[in-house]
Unconditional design. Structure first.
Length: 317
């Protein structure tokens, strides 16, 4: 069997699994949610808000594509159009894997050289870590904005934890290359091959400059703000209109809780809906609307790009 034939078979398997999983998620959601409890009155204002949420999706994808193109520099140079295609393919791979682990392998499939694929996965991983860092930083500082009655732990603990996380992130950025040098010098007894792998990995990571790390954090922060705006607008379109100050606290906490939660594909909707109820029910009793709003945003930001990515896979066949 030729390599081209294997690639076609692999593409069709990915498409089949992706759409089977989509059908399962839709069926499972309709079986476990009652729409009779959703209190929403349609109006042109709310329809416009929902349409604006949809318009933010391509901006989100273009930001991620720009970040991916920037992460591959300087050794791997791809056009912005190619970066968009690889980003959409990543949605297909991440759709059916825990914590979206299949995202990066699907992106680098279109890179021609095997060394470029390895470097792409390594640098893409750094970009993913940047997303986690931004979510944790915003989330921890948002916790400080909660009132005493809403807080789950003491304010002193939150202040110390927030400062620790912020200082740790800053130290990692400043001493990034020194840390990699230290790790590469460590040896695992009786694991010669593993030691070589660690040194090779560190050498790849060292190619990422401090300036590039800062750029990845910037792209991640801008994309994070787009996510926050989307969630705020879709909550408003489902008649959950939080004051801006309240939303500035609740939404980062919600995304932080999602970040620290292990995510399995079969439970993703349940996790998002549950954390949405935990956070936003502090400000509104409309639990059903919270669950549907968070699930709808999940569908917009994941299902639509996944479908676009699967179309790209099909056309490449």
């Amino acid at each position: 069997m030729s390599r081209k034939t294997k690639y076609k078979i692999f593409n069709w398997i990915v498409i089949l699994v992706a759409y089977s999983f989509l059908a399962y998620k839709i069926t499972d959601f309709f079986c476990h949610n009652s729409f009779e409890d959703i209190s929403i009155s349609f109006s042109w204002h709310k329809v416009c808000l929902f349409l604006f949420v949809l318009l933010l999706l391509p901006i989100n994808i273009l930001l991620e594509a720009s970040k991916w193109q920037y992460a591959l520099l300087p050794n791997i140079k791809i056009s912005f159009h190619e970066s968009v295609l690889q980003t959409l393919l990543g949605f297909v791979g991440g759709w059916v894997t825990p914590n979206k682990l299949g995202d990066l392998p699907m992106r680098v499939v279109r890179l021609k050289d095997n060394n470029d694929r390895i470097e792409g996965i390594v640098k893409g991983f750094i970009g993913s870590v940047a997303v986690v860092d931004i979510s944790l930083i915003f989330g921890m500082f948002a916790l400080l904005g909660m009132t005493v009655s809403e807080m789950w732990v003491s304010r002193q603990f939150l202040i110390l934890t927030s400062l620790f996380i912020f200082a740790l992130q800053l130290l990692i950025i400043i001493f990034y290359h020194n840390l990699l040098d230290y790790i590469s010098r460590q040896k695992i007894a009786g694991r010669k091959f593993r030691n070589i792998e660690i040194r090779m990995l560190c050498s790849r990571l060292k190619e990422v400059s401090i300036r590039q790390l800062t750029g990845l954090l910037f792209f991640s922060a801008v994309r994070y703000l787009v996510y926050c705006l989307q969630l705020y607008l879709i909550l408003c379109s489902f008649s959950i209109c939080l004051p801006f100050q309240t939303a500035a606290v609740a939404i980062p906490i919600y995304y932080m809780l999602l970040t620290i939660s292990p995510s399995l594909p079969a439970a993703d909707i349940g996790i998002r809906g549950s954390w949405g109820v935990v956070v936003f029910s502090l400000y509104t009793p409309d639990i059903a609307s919270i669950a549907v709003a968070t699930t709808t945003l999940w569908a917009i930001n994941n299902v639509i790009p996944m479908i676009c990515g699967s179309i790209i896979l099909q056309r490449k066949n």
